[in-house]
Design a protein. Sequence first.
Length: 258
Amino acid sequence: MRAGLQQMVKRGLKSLLKSTSPGKLSTLIGKACFRDHDKTVHRGITKLLSKRLFSKGKLPWEALMGDFRGGAWCGTSGGRRRGSAVDSQVSRLANSSDSVRRSSRKLKLTATALESLRHHKMKMIMGQRVVLDGKHRVATAVDVVCQRGDDEIVLVELKSGYAGDRTAAARDPKGKLCKMNTPCRRAADNLLNRHVSQAAVGHSLFVGETETLNKLSKLGIKHVSAVVLYVNSTGSDIYNVPEYWLKRGKRIVACISK
């Protein structure tokens, strides 16, 4: 392959991932939710993780240091608004053609995210792919699904901002460093691990789609991995989700569903 050219997404891969999605984003009394094809409502995982898996400790100031925003993103909830705008634009571009991606005007962090994916040789297939567990009635949306190499799908958890120390652990009222709850009691309760746990749950729900994996196998896809991608005003960082978390994905789902 000539320098500067990216590998093309396998033919049929995007349509397969769309057609096999077990649910969709929806609303319930004005609030976002997930529904399966029978219109059964499923809970999102973010609040459940915070309630059941994360400790009750408080993250230190060095973890919560804000990223420089400026312009329209200043003021109360500016970081949250910027994150939502970046998520929305990245998702739209992930579902668009290469020509649209190249020609579209992008937010700075959107451009950073796309450049990081290119740098790590991840070709976007689609955005906001819903995954769910019908038994426990929980669901989430994978921010971006990418292809890496000939035989790997990568599930990307995208985070905007978070320019502080992502490994600084939460502390209890006595100043003791906090750990996650079962089944991740050995893991420090910090921002990175919180975000990695989200990615691990998304991965667990996706690989639980046996029929989807069988169809992917016929297209030559043999591996499914997960990463957390951070983008902020200074650049980007990408973290592969360790096996420790991938092995616990299913147990985390059971834990937060109680």
